[in-house]
Design a protein around this ligand. Structure first.
Ligand code: HEC
Length: 570
């Protein structure tokens, strides 16, 4: 849609390729040319020296599928069967019975060279007005049907991704949209979208409209271990969602709540339940990780009132040392969700009631062998700890407590409680490795800090199910599972160990480790974590089961994946 984080820096923005109004008049060949040669007057760089022609075609084909919806392809398929196939043939090759009987000269719509030379609009004109032996459809088919038929005709030369529909079943899902804001109305007429997953692969979403009391029903759903469901709804322009639903029984009859809240431009009580600062020195830089578990104690979604530089509202603002470099935020980009100012970083994402989490990393240069780490807390903090990788001498007013071992690394631990907003946290580190002037710059790969930040964090309980986060996660899991070599797994007799099994096992273990990290970091609520992890573990056990005696191998797998998150070897 032309809304990527770098688009706001362009004089004319970026073209919204997914907008049918922009895509329909263009042919794929035109887009290929622009991508290859660039259009510098509009700040579109040429890609010819960086991507091969094949890679450019792949990217263009993907971009050209963005304005096409699953529903219009379905609709077009029906129109094609009824109105077009008798001449053009079922696969668009021009071999339909009517064309053959009349000996007509037919275009081959499955010819990629011909198809990519024509825009949707050119084809639409032909379908509407006819030409030669092609009849005009402008009076017999609606405009919508004609566009749909054109879009379907493209699938003969290239297949735009179409999400498969969900198989029919006996299950029924009952639920309710509940407004959790005091005095809030039930959003009558709201649309609830059901996102089904089958073995973590997305199936076509299904929509339903809520009744006057917020209730909704989805019928005819398949149930069983391999299915998972998430419900989402939009309310007041914001996304809300349920937890992931697992349906372990054969008949699905579930009750589910989709919570929504009203919005507010007035901040309620915002505090930090837990702040953890991680400090490590690396060649003239302090490498800092900061983790804040934020609590919004109101019953409304806080959307901010003051515009931030990006045109979005400022919701949270955390102080940041002006000399910080290589800032990276978890969960969003600088210039997108996050905006950096001279001495702070702003989060523009609306803040839902309950807990959420901010995680940032940056470098702080020092000179000589000592450094002052001086941090102003932007919000009141209940519990704060600063963990410093063992080595330098630390002087601070904070209380030193038991050191922590995280990922085989000893961290000295300095704590305090009840820090007021605006109060400074000060540490002086001396005896550091002498700063090396040439080493500053990119964030070094330091396993200690990056893994420690997620590993140490104690598990969070329930939180607001941030819809986009969960969907992204399920899609990520699907990606991991899909990237396995499927053939080899499918043809291998049960229990035979193949290298494909090994690859899938590896992918699953990585995915489980990542789920653990996300859960430990509070990015994933308990319910979702349990559902997703159980499903993956089940697949892992399945994969390791010998055909007859399944006690040994699956027990080993069990041991391998059952480590609690938060422990150092998770
Ligand atoms: C009676 C036979 C017939 C039917 C039915 C028919 N077409 Fe055609 N179509 C043709 C012929 C013949 C041509 C070539 C026209 C020409 O030579 O200008 C053609 C051309 C086209 C083209 C232009 C191809 C190109 O790149 O030049 C498109 C697109 C197309 N048809 C789509 C459709 C669709 C979509 C339908 C159904 C809604 C349809 N046609 C129904 C016979 C038919």
């Amino acid at each position: 849609m032309g809304d990527g984080p770098s688009a706001s820096g362009l004089p004319n923005g970026a073209a919204p390729l997914a907008d049918p109004a922009l895509a329909r008049p263009a042919s794929m060949q035109e887009w290929f040319e622009v991508t290859k040669e660039g259009r510098m007057d509009r700040m579109m760089p040429p890609w010819k020296n960086r991507l091969s022609d094949e890679e450019i075609w792949d990217a263009v084909a993907f971009a050209y599928s963005l304005h096409v919806t699953d529903t219009s392809l379905d609709q077009g398929e029906v129109v094609w069967g009824e109105q077009c196939s008798q001449c053009h043939g079922p696969q668009g090759a021009g071999d339909g019975p009517e064309a053959v009987a009349n000996g007509w000269q037919m275009p081959d719509l499955s010819d990629l060279n011909a198809a990519t030379a024509r825009s949707d609009e050119e084809w639409f004109q032909t379908v509407s007005d006819g030409g030669g032996n092609m009849p005009a459809f402008s009076s017999s088919l609606s405009e919508d049907d004609r566009w749909a038929a054109v879009q379907f005709a493209r699938t003969f030369s290239y297949e735009p991704a179409r999400t498969p529909t969900l198989a029919a079943g006996e299950g029924r899902l009952l639920g309710k949209v509940v407004n959790n804001t005091a005095g809030g109305e039930v959003p009558a007429g709201a649309v609830v979208t059901l996102h089904p997953f089958e073995n973590f692969e997305e199936r076509r979403p299904i929509e339903s409209t809520v009744g006057p009391d917020g209730s909704f029903t989805f019928d005819g759903l398949p149930a069983g271990d391999q299915f998972a469901y998430i419900l989402t709804t939009d309310y007041g322009g914001l996304p809300f969602g349920s937890n992931v639903l697992s349906v372990p029984t054969d008949t699905l009859q579930a009750d589910v709540t989709v919570p929504v809240w009203e919005t507010s431009t007035t901040a309620g009580d915002i505090s930090v339940e837990l702040a953890q600062l991680f400090v490590e020195s690396h060649q003239g830089n302090l490498l800092i990780g900061e983790l804040y578990r934020v609590v919004q104690d109101g019953d409304r979604v806080y959307t901010g009132s003051e515009p931030a530089a990006s045109g979005r509202n400022k919701v949270l603002e955390f102080s940041l040392p002006p000399e910080a470099t290589a800032l990276a935020m978890d969960g969003g980009e600088i210039g997108g969700r996050f905006v950096r100012t001279n001495n702070s970083v702003i989060d523009t994402q609306p803040l839902y009631p309950g807990r959420s989490q901010i995680l940032m990393r940056y470098l702080l240069p020092y000179t000589g062998t000592s450094a002052d780490f001086d941090r102003e807390m932007s919000y009141p903090v209940d519990n704060l700890s600063v963990l410093v990788v063992d080595g330098p001498k630390v002087e601070t007013d904070l209380q030193e407590t038991d050191p922590q071992t995280i990922q085989d690394q000893l961290w000295n631990n300095f704590v305090t409680t009840n820090v007021a907003a605006g109060q400074d946290i000060k540490l002086r580190l001396s005896g550091l490795q002498r700063a090396d002037a040439t080493a500053a710059g990119a964030m070094p790969a330091t396993p200690a800090l990056t893994t420690a930040v997620v590993a140490y964090h104690p598990p969070i309980v329930a939180g607001v199910a941030l819809v986009t986060g969960i969907l992204a996660l399920v899609v990520f899991v699907a990606y991991v599972l899909r990237s396995k070599p499927q053939h080899a797994v499918a043809v291998a007799p049960a229990g035979t160990s193949t290298s494909a099994d090994g690859d899938e096992r590896q992918a699953l273990l990585q995915s489980i480790a990542r789920l653990d990290d996300m859960y430990a970091a509070g990015e994933l609520g308990e319910d979702n974590y349990v559902v997703l992890r159980t499903a993956e573990k089940r697949r892992l056990v399945q994969l390791s089961e010998p055909p007859v005696d399944d006690s040994t191998d699956s027990a080993a797998v069990e041991a391998e994946v059952s480590t609690d998150p938060g422990q150092s070897d998770a």
